[in-house]
Write a protein that binds this ligand. Structure first.
Ligand SMILES: *Cc1c(COP(=O)(O)O)cnc(C)c1O
Length: 379
């Protein structure tokens, strides 16, 4: 069996061990420590953020952002439907109801017009005061139409959380994503563009909110010599060992973005003469994707083949590919939630595929990928 090619596997830069070794040498094998402080500082610089809290996961960051926005049982939080479940699960942790909004075809992310429709309908039902937040995901690295989304959110005074878990290093109107709203969240899970093996971060322009996130993330311990608690806390902080991996990974973030964009360009060249294949693409120069994953849609009526045939052909060759996210409004667990849909995400799910996009796929890997593509599309 040939070596497995993954969608996106961890790709160390070489600098990680130095920071991890420092943690061992100083015996900072703990949550918190100099690597955590350093990682937060360096992450701020890397994304142009004012304040960052390093956490145990991206999901924890979303959970804390919603707690800080005062989400309570009975509230509503509007979320992108076309996303990974981690975007909306924290809404349910808090006993609130996700309101799911479909995508627009340009970026595949939240449709600003449908967002406004969802808010207006809530308004008519006198529920608008209970909409505590809007969570917008930048899927596969592609920034959402933030200008339009922020205009709607500001009009109704609803704070926005940017789920930039897949979009570290992507830019919107010249600024890195995650810093365009009240909160941004990042993930450093094993399959993301850079990884700490597992981890996340919460971004905000408000120092007090990040300070409070750190407090809640360390069991909400009041200042006292004994353990004193006036609030429910969480164990959500990043460990000092893991943060060392993150510091090394940040050194190669820009390189990784270039590499993911280069493999995206390679796929475009490879598939340029294939009818019925379209890519997730930047709609204008305002959008700069890290192309964490290269994603295509295959129109079976035109291409003479379909997504599933390509996926199975890859699988046969021990190459991982994956259907696009199944929208949350089609997931059994969110079946009862209000949803504003236009068919975009359902069509993407039916015909879309994520292609292997890791920066560590070598020439031999590309040759194997191209062979499968040529066979399936007969080019
Ligand atoms: C990975 C991911 C998350 C969750 O991040 P974890 O660090 O795995 O908890 C959230 N949202 C999206 C869109 C993701 O892809």
């Amino acid at each position: 069996m040939k070596k497995k090619i993954y969608l996106c596997s961890p790709h160390m830069g070489g600098g990680e061990m130095k920071y991890v070794q420092e943690a061992f040498d100083s015996n900072w094998i703990a949550p918190l420590g100099p690597n955590v402080d350093g990682f937060e500082r360096e992450l701020c610089a890397a994304v142009g953020a004012k304040h960052v809290a390093a956490l145990s996961s991206g999901t924890a960051a979303i959970h804390l952002s919603l707690i800080l926005l005062g989400v309570k049982p009975g509230d509503y939080v509007i979320g992108t439907s076309f996303t990974f479940s981690a975007t909306v699960n924290p809404i349910a942790y808090l006993g609130a109801t996700p309101v799911l909004v479909d995508s627009e075809p340009g970026t595949w992310n939240m449709d600003p017009e449908l967002l406004e429709e969802a808010i207006q309908i809530a308004n008519r039902k006198s529920q608008i005061a209970n909409i505590k937040a809007i969570i917008v995901a930048h899927l596969y690295g592609m920034p959402a139409k933030m200008k339009e989304i922020m205009a709607v959110a500001d009009k109704y005074g609803i704070p926005v959380v940017e789920d930039a878990a897949e979009a570290l290093g992507s830019e919107y109107m010249g600024r890195r994503v995650g810093c365009n709203s009240k909160f941004g969240i990042l993930s450093f899970n094993g399959n993301k563009i850079i990884t700490t093996s597992g981890g996340g971060a919460l971004i905000s322009g408000d120092a007090a909110l990040i300070e409070r996130a750190r407090f809640l993330a360390t069991q909400a311990r009041d200042p006292a010599p004994h353990y004193q608690h006036s609030e429910i806390g969480y164990n959500y902080r990043m460990s000092n060992v893991v943060a060392g991996v993150g510091r090394g990974q940040l050194e190669v973030l820009d390189l990784r973005v270039r590499q993911h964009r280069e493999i995206n360009a390679w796929y475009r060249e490879l598939l340029k003469d294939v009818p019925g294949v379209t890519f997730q693409s930047e709609p204008s120069p305002d959008f700069y994707s890290n192309f964490w994953l290269t994603c295509i849609v295959i129109d079976p009526a035109v291409a003479g083949t379909d997504r599933e045939k390509l996926r199975l052909a890859f699988e046969e060759a021990n190459i991982e590919s994956r259907p696009l996210w199944k929208p949350m409004h089609l997931q059994p667990v969110f079946a009862g939630c209000p949803a504003y849909v236009n068919g975009t995400s359902e069509a993407l799910f039916n015909n879309g595929l994520c292609l292997p996009s890791g920066s560590n796929i070598d020439e031999e890997g590309r040759r194997r990928i191209a062979e499968v593509i040529r066979k399936v599309f007969k080019v």
